[in-house]
Each structure stands twice: as structure tokens, then as C-alpha cells.
Ligand binder design. Structure first.
Ligand code: URA
Length: 250
């Protein structure tokens, strides 16, 4: 039994693909969207797991919590139980003005603003997505007629200062991050989120595959705060894409 995720190899019934939302509250809905007969496996801290069956294969849906440190625990423990393909489904803030809401961003590479990935590989090591899994995400997004963008994501350890937000308690962002939003825009980074750099670095370092699709819930060039109806729409769009992707893979 793995210490944090509370899963065993037997419980995964041969699953080699894991869908990774950050939010434990999104796991059941995602699993049931893939397979209405999906079953609950375990829940401990931020890690909730359900198992879906598709075309006689098992697919695990397991939440990772927010940020690199908690995601790294999930990926470590899942890899040791035989998971070889990891697809993160999350939400994101776009930083380029042309990116619409709702739309999807499929991350091809991540700026490693996180700390956790540095425990796995030096900063020169690239945080890149697996090409086959990313192509599957692109095809599934197209099939659902959802607008999408592919490109580089800045993956930060913090939602507030690391993404240069000033609507905070102190209204202060340390010098390192002052002007960073504009810098990433000028370097053609598409968006901010908080997990892809850790996921891609660990997966590549382990010789495993990972990809990331994020629903755009806010455009930082227009406003700062996500809206509940957009969150609900994003959740449904992600589930639709994942249902098609798991069919391609299995
Ligand atoms: N997730 C983030 O990390 N940033 C956002 O702006 C929205 C979702």
C-alpha cells in the first residue's frame, strides 16, 4: 500500500494510464464521464482515486493537489505501481491577449519556476511533454470543436506572487517577480499554471510519458478572477476531451 495515495498494484487492475486533475472534487465526475460504472478506490489528504474501464482496459483518475510538491508524491507512488502515461487536466490563466475563454492550452514545454522538479533534475534539463500523448490531446480537442493553443507554459510554485498577482494581502510582489508577467508575455509564454514543469521533469527523468491540457479560466490581460460558470464549463470540456483521448489510447 503506497503511503500517501493509499493504492496497491492490485487495486489498479493493470492500469498504465493515469488522468491527473489537481482537485479531488473533480475525480469522481471525470471517472464517471469516461465510464458511468467507474468505482471509488481511495481518498487520503489531496489524493482521491477512482478507476474507470474503457475497451476492457483500466484507467486511473487520481487527484494530485495543487503544486509541484504534492504532484511529485502522486507521480512517484503511481509510477511504482506501474503507471506509465500521465495526463494532467487542470485550469490555467492565459497571459496572451488573443487567448479566448473558454479554450484549452496543451503545454508543449514548461518554464521551470517550481522547486520540486529541481529535486529530480538540474534546471538545464528540459520540462517537455510527450509528443504522442500531446498529439492525442490535440486530436481529441479538435474532435470536440473546442478552441485550443499549443505552446509554452510558465509553471509556478505560487498562485499569487509567482504569477505576479497584486490582488493579495500585502499587495507586494518581490523584485524577482516584478515585471515577470510582461517578460513571459514577450517570450511568447501562453499561460500560468502550477504543476506541468514538475510533472514533465519527473516523467522524462523516469523514462515515462506525460502531457498536460489546461482549460483557460481567466485571461490575465483582461481580469484577475475566475467565474464559477466558466469553471463548470471548463470541467465539462476537459472531461469530454479525456473521454476521447482514453479511447485513442486504449
Ligand atoms: N491556475 C493558475 O495557476 N493560475 C491561474 O490564473 C488560473 C488557474
Amino acid at each position: 500500500m503506497k503511503y500517501h495515495i493509499k493504492l496497491t498494484t492490485e487495486m489498479l487492475k493493470g492500469a498504465t494510464l493515469a488522468i491527473l486533475p489537481g482537485d479531488p472534487g473533480r475525480v469522481e465526475k471525470t471517472a464517471k464521464y469516461i465510464d458511468p460504472g467507474a468505482t471509488f478506490l481511495a481518498s487520503n489528504r489531496e489524493y482521491t482515486s477512482w478507476l474507470a474501464q474503457i475497451n476492457n482496459s483500466s484507467v486511473l483518475v487520481c487527484s494530485t493537489g495543487i503544486g509541484g510538491p504534492s504532484l511529485s508524491i502522486a507521480v512517484e507512488e503511481l509510477a511504482s505501481l506501474g503507471i506509465k502515461n500521465f495526463i494532467r487536466i487542470g485550469t490555467t490563466g492565459a497571459i496572451q491577449s488573443h487567448i479566448e475563454i473558454p479554450s484549452m492550452i496543451i503545454t508543449t514545454g514548461a518554464v521551470r519556476l517550481d522547486g520540486a522538479s529541481k529535486h529530480y533534475a538540474p534546471v538545464e534539463y528540459p520540462a517537455v511533454a510527450d509528443l504522442d500523448l500531446s498529439n492525442a490531446l490535440v486530436s481529441a480537442t479538435k474532435e470536440n470543436n473546442i478552441p485550443y493553443y499549443t505552446g509554452i507554459t510558465a509553471s509556478s510554485d505560487t498562485f499569487y506572487p509567482g504569477q505576479e498577482r497584486y490582488d493579495t494581502f500585502s499587495k507586494y510582489v518581490i523584485k524577482e517577480f516584478q515585471g515577470s508577467l510582461e517578460q513571459w508575455q514577450k517570450l511568447n509564454v501562453l499561460n500560468f499554471e502550477m504543476e506541468s514543469s514538475t510533472l514533465f521533469t519527473i516523467a522524462n527523468a523516469f523514462g515515462l510519458k506525460a502531457a498536460c491540457i489546461s482549460a483557460v479560466i481567466v485571461n490575465r490581460t483582461k481580469n484577475e478572477t475566475p467565474d464559477d460558470s466558466i469553471l463548470a464549463q471548463s470541467e465539462e470540456n476537459l472531461a469530454k476531451v479525456i473521454k476521447v483521448v482514453v479511447n485513442y489510447i486504449h
